[in-house]
Design a protein around this ligand. Structure first.
Ligand code: ADP
Ligand code: MG
Ligand code: ZN
Length: 506
């Protein structure tokens, strides 16, 4: 197809993703070094001869990483082969001291999966071509000379005076998930990534709060819109012919949508002017919101893939059957509606993360599902959100929270006090609900004692009652005094006054 022809035709966006996901394991994929990065750790402290790529050091495969990959495969409804194996992908870069990355090539751990997700209320489904295991390289910092902190001197490569390498990340297990070119709009990419992260977090194999835990390479091309078949698919030859670019190292959902929208319009402008799109790798500059050319796209043959002889092929036949995965979000949301009679919105909110869903379910089982829904979905999540906290932060206090709901359920305190005083102090002061109630005198039992004292004061002092009805101002103060005496001074004089008037004016 010539560019000439493209100028006059309507063009449609085609996108395919390669998503790199850091799997949560205790140790690295081929050695015993920890994957747990302390916030202020020194560079090159979590390393050993294997992840430093020293000559003669041998890799030992981490079973936990394979298990995590099988879980992902099951969640994506993918095929897991009888046998999987590893290859060397050869290239030189300072973050990869062995000069090759151990990855998978012709027998990846997962093939032919799918992921369903929603975009603006519409159900979409994207095919996952393959998902394979590999090791993360180290990380690189380009730095300018100076005396200020290192972070403030970290710059782009073109402005740098020198470069630092940190191998702490080297050997972190990655799963690379490669989709078919099934996306037709950048907004779909965002929906897909959100859903993928949610699935991975439900599986307990991923931590989205970790820096760099999700890194996306996105391929984008434009094809003539009239080539798209009615079922939305595009003929192979059209896809192969289309010149595409790969936008590298996008790290957020929003960034992906922005980078791809920008790249789509850049390509459209070129084609509409009769120019061609160069096949190349482009880098997304998140702060400027534009993509810039990095290099011509490398091809498979550039990497001289060959079998990793230091790792024998791994028999994984049967792993899919023996490794279990938890109930995932969609299924859980449907079950919550059915089992606890929740409306769509609450069920959605209460399954937003596995932690929230677990928390809700434990409270619901202890008491009333409706009350638990209100308390977790509205009150607790609202107050946590206000404090920039999550359910994770109160995970160890489930019993205390359940106790608060119990106190409300059993009518021991008013809902208003529970919401506005007890819950807030639980979060702000870390106190247990019963202690807060004691300290603040919020128990309804206390209220009941005041009500009884009011009744007694009225019955025992008919003269004062008569004086009150005849408009004598001092009578009410006398009665308040009586009630205060009976309650040992614990009641609030203002509210006693109100309660007395209410009763006397009946
Ligand atoms: P390569 O051999 O260059 O790595 P692949 O066919 O293996 O290319 O696909 C790599 C990625 O590019 C996949 O995510 C795939 O969905 C995507 N892709 C393939 N063809 C297109 C296209 N025409 N437009 C956009 N993305 C595409
Ligand atoms: Mg790759
Ligand atoms: Zn190591």
């Amino acid at each position: 197809m010539t560019a000439q022809a493209l100028e006059q035709r309507d063009l449609a966006v085609v996108i395919g993703l390669e998503v790199h996901v850091q799997l949560e394991t205790a140790t690295k994929i081929f050695c015993g070094c920890s994957t747990d990065a302390a916030e202020d750790e020194e560079p090159n402290t979590r390393t050993c001869p294997t992840c430093l790529g020293l000559p003669g050091a041998l890799p030992v495969l981490n079973e936990g990483a394979v298990e995590a990959a099988v879980k992902v495969g099951k969640a994506l409804d993918a095929d897991i082969p009888e046998q999987t194996r590893f290859h060397r992908k050869n290239y030189y870069y300072p973050d990869l001291p062995k000069n090759f990355q151990i990855t998978q090539y012709d027998a990846p751990i997962c093939q032919d999966g799918t992921l369903e997700f929603n975009v603006e209320g519409e159900r979409r489904s994207v095919a996952v071509r393959r998902a394979h295991l590999e090791e993360d390289p180290g990380s690189i910092k380009h730095v300018r000379e100076g005396t200020r902190s290192l972070d403030s001197r970290t710059v782009s490569i073109s402005r740098a005076d020198y470069t630092l390498v940190d191998y702490n990340r080297a050997g972190t297990p990655l799963m690379e998930i490669v989709t078919e070119p099934d996306f037709r709009d950048p907004s779909e990419v965002r929906g897909f990534l959100a859903k993928l992260e949610q699935v991975l977090e439900y599986l307990g194999v991923f931590d989205s709060t970790r820096d760099g835990s999700l890194r996306i390479d996105a391929n984008l091309s434009l094809v003539p819109a009239d080539e798209i078949r009615d079922d939305g698919s595009i003929p192979e030859d059209i896809l192969d012919e289309a010149n595409r670019t790969e936008v590298k190292n996008i790290s957020s959902h929003k960034g992906a949508e922005k980078a791809l929208a920008q790249e789509a319009s850049r390509q459209k402008t070129l084609l509409k002017r009769g120019k061609t799109v160069k096949q190349e790798t482009r880098h997304f500059d998140e702060t400027r919101g534009t993509t810039v050319s990095m290099r011509t796209k490398e091809e498979e043959k550039d990497y001289r893939y060959f079998r990793e002889a230091d790792l024998p092929p791994l028999e994984v036949a049967g792993w899919k059957e023996t490794i279990e995965i938890p109930e995932l979000r969609d299924a859980r949301r449907d079950r919550f509606r059915e089992e606890y009679g929740l409306d769509a919105e609450s069920a959605s909110k209460l399954t937003s993360t596995k932690e929230v869903a677990d928390f809700y379910e434990r409270v619901a089982e202890a008491f009333d599902p409706d009350l638990a829904a209100t308390w977790v979905a509205d009150n607790l999540l609202g107050e946590l959100n206000y404090r920039d906290m999550t359910v994770e932060d109160v995970k160890g206090r489930l019993d205390e929270f359940a106790r608060l709901v119990e106190l409300v359920a059993e009518d021991e305190i008013t809902t208003k006090n529970a919401e506005e005083v007890v819950l807030r102090r639980m979060l702000d002061d870390g106190m247990a609900p019963d202690d807060i109630i004691d300290e603040e005198g919020l128990s309804k039992a206390d209220d009941d004692a005041v009500v009884t004292a009011v009744e007694e004061a009225i019955v025992e002092n008919p003269d004062a009652v008569e004086d009150y009805h005849e408009g004598e101002g001092g009578a009410i103060n006398f009665l308040v005094g009586q009630v205060m005496q009976k309650t040992g001074g614990s009641a609030d004089p203002g509210s006693v006054n109100g309660m007395l008037r209410e009763r006397l004016d009946e």
